[in-house]
Design a protein around this ligand. Structure first.
Ligand SMILES: [Zn+2]
Length: 287
């Protein structure tokens, strides 16, 4: 029903000849994102800071700042321990680019991540790069998959987090979705029971996923980032390889609209309980 309502301006614009198909689609998406943001702001409860260590899982170098940059800055400002675990090397953001190799992209993104997290206040000893090849998570061989889960579980058991943050599943990215499953399995293997929060990244570009999440996940909260917005904006700016086109390409890896959605005053988190051993890997949404 919501989608049908959102199609009204698109159909109206098209029928009046005011918009081409591309602009009509962009307008519809902007309206949907705006509606999601307003709804989430109205329905969420405030995020309450916890003092135990937390882990931010990021499939790629930029997800942590896009989804949790304000939260990280706030926690670090309070002196609270924050670990960031990057699962892939981020090397696939410019696949097919004639002027830069996957290896170069991976190196650049690693440097950008260190610079961004330094601005957010994360200590270098709390930044972990697992360096799985970007783009392979959804098709990892069984042996490789269990090795990755074991590495994740080892870090989780060592850090003993009170909270875990990772991108939503589904989030409109097969890598994010695969990473979600691995982290769920690792939490179970580590034998810890932290609070489990999902943060949207590509969901902002696929508002249907946000609407779905609002309907099925009733436990969500909001973290106003006004106080830490300048820090988050500065940290995000370090991801130049993702924000700006690398010639001869004319489009950046991250759509500007997506960056704007992630960096506009609030961060939203959805509560989740990871599956019990032997349960469905998708887990159970909770209130
Ligand atoms: Zn990502």
């Amino acid at each position: 029903m919501t989608f049908r309502l959102l199609l009204i301006p698109q159909l109206l614009g098209l029928s009046l000849g005011l918009l081409d198909r591309h602009r009509a689609k962009a307008l519809t998406r902007s309206l949907a994102i705006w509606l999601c943001r307003i709804s989430l702001q109205c329905l969420s409860r405030p995020y309450r800071l916890r003092t135990e260590p937390c882990i931010i899982f990021a499939p790629h170098q930029d997800d942590e700042t896009l989804g949790c940059g304000g939260l990280i800055a706030r926690k670090r400002n309070e002196g609270l321990p924050v670990h960031v675990i990057f699962i892939t090397d981020g090397s696939a953001s410019h696949t097919g680019h004639p002027g830069i190799t996957a290896g170069e992209v991976g190196s650049i993104r690693r440097r950008e991540a260190l610079a961004a997290l330094a601005i957010l206040g994360v200590e270098s000893c709390a930044i972990h790069f697992l360096d799985e090849a970007d783009g392979t998570l959804k098709n990892l061989a069984a042996g490789r998959e269990s090795a990755l889960v074991a590495r994740l579980a080892g870090l989780i058991a060592w850090i003993q987090p009170g909270e875990i943050f990772l991108p939503c599943s589904p989030d409109g990215s097969s890598e994010h979705d695969a990473a979600f499953g691995f982290v769920c399995a690792a939490v179970v293997q580590a034998g810890v029971q932290p609070d489990f929060w999902q943060y949207p990244v590509w969901s902002w570009w696929n508002p249907g996923l946000l609407i779905e999440r609002m309907i099925f996940n009733q436990g969500y909260c909001v973290q106003p980032t006004e106080d830490f917005q300048p820090i988050k904006t500065r940290a995000l700016a370090r991801y130049q390889s993702q924000l700006e086109p690398i010639p001869p390409w004319s489009e950046p890896a991250l759509p500007p609209g997506l960056v704007h959605s992630c960096n506009s005053g609030h961060e939203f988190f959805f509560r989740f309980i990871p599956p019990l051993p032997g349960a469905d890997a998708a887990g159970t949404p909770v209130i």
